[in-house]
Design a protein around this ligand. Structure first.
Ligand code: PLP
Length: 281
């Protein structure tokens, strides 16, 4: 199994982390997760562009261009003969004696590896449950940062209650999931929180918004409340690995008829067609 370290392909067993890497000590870095279907990146350009944007937002300069990175990621997928799975990629501010301020001579450390991950078909067909949790994170959730403790605590709470996801809210306004964006459908209109500093503008989210007009689903990028979440006709969460995941119960409250809704299913079909179009399954 091969990993990518900066621009070098090395054996996974040969890789190690420096104890003073700022990613390891501070979570000082950014990351991406890219889906691979049939050996091809799905919305790869969007993910790679977002990595560069996240890096710029934390004043981190990447030591390669988007094209160079794309080429190396494809080589990595080929070397590992990955068909269906993900590439995880991250970049940290590198190694320096521990101090909060940025090092003057810092050198970014980039790593990427692949993993086989099947499409979660059973859960997508049957739907999953979610809890709600207070969004206690910072105010730059638009950055795909390695600092994920707020997300982890919420996901752990969901997991300990046997749920798939924690739907986060600030003072009763739904923001996003612990590792997904959140959507509701009410009266044939799709609602999702606008792409502000309070959410990560998911690539899956963007793909969904792009596909809605084609199936005649009206879109409103407007925030909604917990009450509106509970009263929704349909609820789903979306992410690179979970795709479009219907939520059939929020806390103790059933969503609609406790089955994936018609619009959600239609979006899943359209999304699958988009995968086929881009990756030619
Ligand atoms: N929001 C958060 C907090 C996430 O961690 C993720 C993905 O992991 C998303 C949204 C969905 O983003 P994407 O569709 O780009 O995977």
């Amino acid at each position: 199994n091969t990993i990518l370290l900066n621009d070098q392909f090395i054996d996974r067993e040969q890789s190690s982390v420096n104890i003073e890497d700022r990613g390891y000590q501070f979570g000082d870095g950014v990351y991406e997760v890219i889906r691979i279907y049939s050996g091809k990146m799905f919305t790869g350009k969007e993910h790679i562009t977002r990595l560069f944007e996240s890096a710029e937002k934390i004043q981190l300069t990447l030591p390669f261009t988007e094209d160079e990175l794309t080429e190396n990621l494809y080589k990595l997928v080929e070397k590992n003969k990955l068909d269906t799975g993900i590439i995880y990629l991250q970049v940290t501010r590198g190694v320096s004696p521990r101090q909060h301020q940025f090092p003057l001579d810092g050198k970014a450390v980039f790593t990427a590896y692949t993993k086989e991950v099947a499409r979660p078909e059973a859960q997508m067909n049957e739907g999953v449950t979610a809890i709600v949790a207070d969004d206690v994170r910072w105010l730059r959730c638009d950055i795909k940062s390695l600092n994920l403790l707020g997300n982890l605590l919420a996901k752990q709470e969901a997991f300990s209650q046997g749920s798939f996801e924690a739907i986060l809210h600030r003072d009763g306004t739904v923001t996003e999931g612990s590792s997904s964006n959140v959507f509701i459908i009410k009266n044939n209109t799709l609602y999702t929180h606008p792409a502000t500093n309070l959410i990560l503008n998911g690539i899956t989210r963007r793909e969904i918004l792009r596909l809605c007009p084609g199936i005649g689903l009206e879109v409103k990028e407007e925030s909604f409340t917990l009450d509106e979440l509970y009263e929704a006709d349909e609820v789903f969460v979306a992410s690179t690995t979970a795709e479009i995941m219907p939520v059939i119960k929020v806390g103790a409250k059933a969503v609609g008829s406790s089955k994936p809704g018609e619009w959600s299913k239609k979006l899943q079909e359209t999304f699958k067609a988009s995968i086929q179009e881009q990756c030619g399954e």
